[in-house]
Structure formats: structure tokens, C-alpha cells
Write a protein that binds this ligand. Structure first.
Ligand code: GLU
Length: 310
């Protein structure tokens, strides 16, 4: 049975772009008669808030999206992440990295690669053991990075973007599994959580495409079967910029407060995706008959300057 997931980060309110991604994840699972789980990705304690998690559940329900149970939130999964990190360490696959964020920025100085951040230049990869020890003794706290085979290509077929191939060097090199403050990294958590829940289909924004080779590498090390991937074209504002905190009027909360119906929200999305000739009302389930990825173009959806006239 197809198992999909909605994996919001409760670090803010859902906006129109989140509605787009979650609607498609829902359509895929519901059109296939699969199971859809909700998982709160509250891995970062400094940014996650329970009130946002409550708001997200309410907004999803308002859109007409349901789910078949909730997976444990990431905040409760620390022991599972620690056990996996220990197992990788026992195989000599991780190393401590003492670089500060500032050092990494000045060393790398390269543009960002998607969400992968600045490429890691490998500073701590071959530190001699005595240097590791003296840094640790000097009180420098270490992140843990995964040793990545730089040049090995990772190929997969994305259901929206077609065949993809990246090396891990393309995606930023050795990546962190745990930050120096002890917070586990998204890359490790998401793979372990999807494995634990038997997730077989991942639907998410295409800003996460460069994360996928990293996650495929982790699946190969942890011994699980990777899901199928559909990376969605992003929803951008009229200037072509990603939706962010400054787009407060485009949160589902604001749209609802302005008196909008969920059918108007989904209708605009269906129109921008090219599924409707005009932005009339559409209910979540209206696109279930015949839903398939081949009808989705891998091209960003651009919002008008004043969506809904607001
Ligand atoms: N929690 C992530 C986000 O909100 C989703 C990550 C994923 O789908 O793999 O961007």
C-alpha cells in the first residue's frame, strides 16, 4: 500500500505554498487508496512551537485535507536518531567537525546550492586525532558530519522533473547529521522517520531536490528502501520570490480571517497549475478523478500581485 506523509515544520503558520504541497501529497495518496500520515517536524527546539502545530492541523482540516494518524513528532525521537548516529560512527562513517558557522561561511564563500547551503570544504575531514582531542579539550563543541563519496553519482527518477543525477559533491559535500549544539539534522531525521513509518512516497517542494541524493546515500547506509519522489514546482510571488514571513497576508490563517473559502484558495492553485481555465472554486477532492503526475509541468507557479484581490 502506498504510504505518504504530510511533514510540516511547526515554525510558523502555513502559507499558500504549503497548501499547494500538502494538497498534492493528499491527492496522490487519496487517489491511490493509500495511507497518509502527519508528522510534525519539530526537530529544532528553538524554532518549533506547539501553537504552530495546532494551527497547522486546523489549517489542513480547513482546506479539506485529512490524514490517517499522526507519527511521533521529531522532538520525541532523539534516542532513535542518536542510536543511528552511533551506529554510523561505529562504522567510521562520521567525523567531528569543529568549524563554526562563521568559519564555514568565510572558507566556502560560494553561492548557495539550493537548500544545501554553502558547500563544505572538508576542513575537518582529515584532522589528526591529536588535533581533534586538543580542540575538544579546549571546549570546542563538534558537529558530526557524514563522510560522503564525492564523485559517485546518485540517480533517481523524479515523478515531476524526470531523471535526475547528482554527486554528493554537487550537493555540498560532507553534510552534518548532528549540530554542535546537539540538535539532529533534518537529513538524518527525515530518513529515519520515513523508514520507521514505512513511507513509500515523498511529495515536497523542488527546493529540496539537492537533499534527495544525501537522503538516498543515508538509505543505502541504513539499509532501507527509499521512497518514490515527486518534487513540486514552487509557488512564488509576483516578483518570482519564495513565500516567506513577509508574506503574512498569504498565510491560510490570514486568508480565512479575510473571509476566503478554502475552495477559492484551491481554485487559484488549480488555475495556476494549469488544471483549470479560470480560478473558480475547487474542493480538495475535485481533482481526485484521474489525478496523475504527468499533468503537472515542472515550472514554478507565479501568484498574481494581489491574489484574491487582497
Ligand atoms: N519539514 C520540511 C519542510 O517543512 C519537509 C521536509 C520533507 O518533506 O522532506 O520543509
Amino acid at each position: 500500500m502506498l504510504v505518504g506523509r504530510l511533514a510540516p515544520s511547526p515554525t510558523g503558520l502555513l502559507h499558500l505554498g504549503n497548501a499547494w504541497a500538502f494538497w498534492l501529497a493528499w491527492l496522490e495518496v487519496r487517489s491511490a487508496g493509500g495511507r497518509l500520515i502527519l508528522r510534525m517536524e519539530d526537530i529544532d527546539p528553538a524554532r518549533s512551537r506547539e501553537e504552530f502545530a495546532r494551527g497547522i492541523r486546523r489549517d489542513l482540516a480547513w482546506l479539506g485535507l485529512d490524514w490517517d494518524g499522526e507519527a511521533p513528532p521529531q522532538s520525541g525521537r532523539g534516542p532513535a536518531y542518536a542510536a543511528a548516529l552511533d551506529a554510523l560512527a561505529a562504522r567510521g562513517l562520521v567525523y567531528p567537525c569543529f568549524c563554526s558557522r562563521r568559519e564555514l561561511r568565510s572558507l566556502a564563500g560560494a553561492p548557495q546550492v539550493g537548500d544545501a547551503g554553502a558547500p563544505y570544504p572538508g576542513t575537518c575531514r582529515n584532522l589528526p586525532p591529536e588535533e581533534r582531542q586538543s580542540l575538544a579539550e579546549a571546549g570546542r563543541r563538534a558537529a558530526w558530519r557524514l563522510l560522503c563519496p564525492d564523485e559517485l553519482p546518485w540517480s533517481f527518477r523524479d515523478r515531476v522533473h524526470g531523471p535526475q543525477s547528482f554527486t554528493l559533491a554537487d550537493c555540498g559535500g560532507d553534510f552534518a547529521l548532528c549540530r554542535s549544539d546537539g540538535v539532529f539534522a533534518y537529513q538524518l531525521a527525515v530518513v529515519l522517520d520515513d523508514l520507521a513509518a514505512g513511507v513509500s512516497s515523498v511529495v515536497r517542494g523542488d527546493d529540496l531536490l539537492p537533499s534527495t541524493p544525501r537522503q538516498l546515500y543515508l538509505y543505502s547506509l541504513l539499509g532501507g528502501r527509499p521512497p518514490a519522489y515527486a518534487h513540486l514546482p514552487l509557488l512564488l510571488d509576483h516578483r518570482g520570490e519564495r513565500l516567506a514571513k513577509r508574506h503574512a497576508s498569504l498565510t491560510l490563517h490570514s486568508l480565512r480571517a479575510a473571509g476566503l473559502r478554502p475552495e477559492s484558495v484551491l481554485g487559484l492553485l488549480a488555475f495556476l497549475a494549469g488544471w483549470r481555465a479560470a480560478p473558480g472554486p475547487v474542493a480538495a477532492a475535485d481533482l481526485l478523478p484521474g489525478f496523475g503526475w504527468s499533468s503537472l509541468r515542472p515550472k514554478a507557479l507565479i501568484l498574481p500581485e494581489k491574489p484574491f484581490g487582497l
